[in-house]
Write a protein that binds this ligand. Structure first.
Ligand code: PLP
Ligand code: 3DJ
Length: 411
């Protein structure tokens, strides 16, 4: 073996991030490699949500809009996410879902480039991005969507970018393969062509270094690597240089300049606040803020180093234990997010068999087995145990058992 389990234990003892694992509740006997879909529960979250329910809501009721800071949650939470994505204060607003924020970003971006009628979208992106671009293009009318494919990590932007392109929407890290793009280089290329750059950070924030400071817009979710909980508020980044010129098409009263003047017509608030629409789900923000207390203390460079160490260790072990298996993720760590994927024509039952043995990964069509490595709470021994279980499931063909062939609703 390239490494023994006890050598992995030694690496865990030397890990500068090792204490963060105790911040999370993880089920016993499980290697949780699905933090790229739903992040683990921070221990402190339940008490924080209970306080918001029992005290802020139960005792103080509507006064909490002022006294508990409920009204400002979209901005205060956005300001806490900002350092994790390279944004400045006042450039990020937390709220809504990722899909809704994509709609807001696309419909805000396009009018900034009048006369340009093309949106570049990535057919390999998570489907909601493409679906929402279709909806936004139809709502605004007279836009063409130009598709590129990037799952192999190669961006073919050069031939797609022309003087008719208004904006480009890409994910920093591909949800299937974990391949990552160079945000600074791609942003520069897009802007040099006169277009605006919108990044989806769902699979990168909290997993790899993110710096959107040169980009025009970005959106992302907080329920994956940021541990905000199921359906946690998403976020939108709008570069401050655009603030005075952009319009939120869902121009609700929470984004109004003077919401409690109850004026008959919409006037946008200053800054990123104009991207607010309606009442925020306060309890979800509370859960997310509990997690952000932890994130505030994380050294993002150490996080990246650990992510590279865990994913590289897993790849090395699987190379040795499962010869012939096709790695779908880039071998070069510089081009990889915090995820390792393999191709297997029976990937679905393989994942079911793994889950049955306590190794929680998932499957994505058409043939991808995904393992997400959330560096904050995973250990080297987890990578070791996952690789040996994976090898056992494959070598003994345990996945052929009939019970693993049946599809669940949510895969
Ligand atoms: C890249 C990407 N964009 C968007 C989403 C989801 O959007 P929403 O949070 O609106 O469900 C996901 C995952 O669910 C995703 O991986
Ligand atoms: N957002 C999800 C959901 O609402 C239900 C089930 C899964 C998810 C996910 O996050 C999936 C994830 N974005 C993916 O990369 O496949």
């Amino acid at each position: 073996m390239v490494i023994s389990r006890s050598e992995c234990e030694t690496l865990d003892e030397q890990d500068p991030l090792r204490d963060f694992r105790d911040e999370f509740t993880l089920p016993p006997g499980v290697v949780y490699l699905l933090g790229n879909s739903l992040g683990a529960l921070p221990r402190r979250t339940a008490a924080r949500v209970a306080h918001a329910v029992e005290s802020e809501w139960g005792l103080h009721l509507g006064a909490s809009w002022n006294t508990a800071g409920w009204w400002d949650l979209p901005q205060t939470t956005g300001d806490r996410i900002a350092p994790l994505i390279g944004a400045g204060p006042g450039e990020v607003l937390a709220g809504d879902s990722t899909s809704v924020n994509i709609f807001k970003a696309v419909t805000a971006a396009l009018p900034l480039r009048p006369g340009r009628r093309v949106i570049i979208s990535d057919l390999d992106n998570f489907p909601t991005d493409r679906y929402v671009v279709e909806g936004a293009a139809a709502a605004l009318g007279d836009y063409e969507i130009r598709d590129i494919g990037t799952a192999d990590g190669a961006l073919r932007l050069e031939e797609a970018l022309g003087d008719d392109v208004a904006m480009v929407l890409l994910s920093q890290v591909d949800y299937r393969t974990g391949a990552s793009h160079d945000v600074a280089a791609v942003t520069a290329q897009v802007q040099a062509a006169g277009a605006l750059m919108v990044w989806d950070l769902c699979h990168s924030a909290g997993a790899v270094p993110v710096d959107v400071s040169a980009a025009d817009f970005a959106i992302g979710c907080s329920y994956k690597y940021l541990n905000g909980g199921p359906g946690a508020p998403a976020y939108i980044y709008v570069a401050s240089r655009h603030h005075d010129d952009v319009r939120n098409v869902i121009s609700g009263w929470h984004g109004h300049a003077a919401p409690f003047d109850f004026e008959p017509h919409y006037r946008p608030a200053d800054g990123v606040r104009r991207f607010a629409s309606g009442s925020p789900p306060v309890l979800s923000y509370t859960a997310l803020n509990a997690s952000l207390d932890i994130w505030e203390r994380v050294d993002l460079r150490a996080l990246r180093a650990k992510s590279v160490a865990l994913t590289s260790l897993f790849i090395d072990l699987v190379d040795e234990l499962c010869p012939g298996l096709t790695l779908a993720s880039p071998r070069d760590a510089d081009r990889r997010g915090s995820q390792v994927s393999y191709r297997h024509s029976d990937g679905y039952p393989v994942v079911r068999a793994l889950v049955d043995r306590g190794v929680i990964g998932d499957y994505r069509e058409p043939d991808i087995i995904r393992f997400g490595f959330a560096p904050l709470y995973l250990r080297h021994v987890d990578a070791y145990d996952a690789a040996t279980t994976f090898a056992e499931v494959l070598s003994k063909e345990l996945w052929r058992d009939e019970q693993y062939q049946r599809r669940l609703t949510v895969t």
